[in-house]
Design a protein around this ligand. Structure first.
Ligand code: ATP
Ligand code: MG
Length: 253
């Protein structure tokens, strides 16, 4: 059975798409070789655009058009029906999008890239479909406040699960673009307290913002090239590797 993992937050530009792609790239590569499907639930479709660009680059270089994981699209409101096999999703291929039924046994992980805005009913449907959620935030105060609002939606979703006897959503909080300044330290303390007090968060992760990480935010132009020269994750930046290890441990627990 595929674990359904959402990279979520209703706040835009915090790095949901970036994180879903870098983690999909890392987990699908050696040595982990996980079978991953990435579903882009954002109408902006940044992950899809990137995949299309990769296809064009590969084609222009007359290289084989193959990727370590497929990217598909679906609207947030359709996610429950898609995952239940009642509606097709659109897989992005060289020949254009192909309609195809979700196959639960085909993937170890199904990653869901959540839109940075949306109707709360749609967001609720999306959250209800997940087994794991990684809440991606940036480290300053205003982000913490808007994430608190989002946590309230998650809390409602958890209560609904409890009332229906469904297992709770496993939550991790990811500080993207974390920097070691006073304001960041204060928000970290706040979240650490949240973690121990409410026990709703299982893991808190940190990743700093580095130009070099952008190379993992792509499938062909940078990532495959990089992986071919490094052959394994060992060549990745130390911080990035330990971030991936932590996140993987959270997903495997
Ligand atoms: N840790 C990081 N290091 C370097 N660049 C990053 C990092 N995190 C995000 N970025 C870059 O920041 C920009 C915004 O990230 P991204 O598009 O993933 O945000 P998002 O939350 O998906 O936004 P939206 O809500 O609009 O979908 C992208 O150009 C991405 O490559
Ligand atoms: Mg996005």
């Amino acid at each position: 059975m595929s674990k359904i993992v959402g990279f979520v937050n209703q706040k835009g530009g915090v790095g949901k798409s970036f994180t879903s792609k870098v983690v999909a790239n890392a987990l699908s590569a050696r040595p982990r070789n996980k079978r991953i499907l990435l579903i882009d639930c954002d109408e902006q479709a940044t992950s899809v655009a990137m995949r299309k660009r990769d296809i064009e680059v590969l084609r222009s270089e007359e290289k084989p058009i193959e990727f370590s994981y497929p990217i598909a699209t679906c609207l947030p409101a359709d996610l429950p029906a898609v995952l239940a096999g009642k509606k097709p999703l659109q897989i992005i291929t060289e020949a254009g999008p192909i309609s195809c039924e979700f196959d639960d046994n085909k993937y170890d992980y199904t990653f869901v890239d959540m839109p940075g805005r949306g109707q709360s009913n749609d967001i609720f449907a999306l959250l209800a479909s997940l087994d794991y959620a990684v809440i991606v935030i940036k480290g300053n105060d205003s982000e913490t406040l808007s994430t608190l609002d989002f946590l309230k939606i998650i809390d409602r979703s958890q209560k609904l699960r409890t009332s229906h006897g469904i297992e709770l959503l496993n939550l991790a909080l990811m500080y993207n673009e974390f920097e070691n300044t006073t304001i960041y330290q204060n928000t970290v303390r706040f979240w650490e307290k949240m973690k121990s007090k409410h026990g709703i968060l299982k893991e808190i992760l940190y990743l700093s913002s580095k130009e070099t990480y952008k190379k993992y935010d792509n499938t062909y132009s940078n990532m495959l090239h990089e992986l071919r020269s490094n052959k394994s994750l060992e060549g990745l930046h130390k911080e990035f590797s330990s971030f991936v290890v932590k996140l993987t441990n959270f997903l495997e627990a």
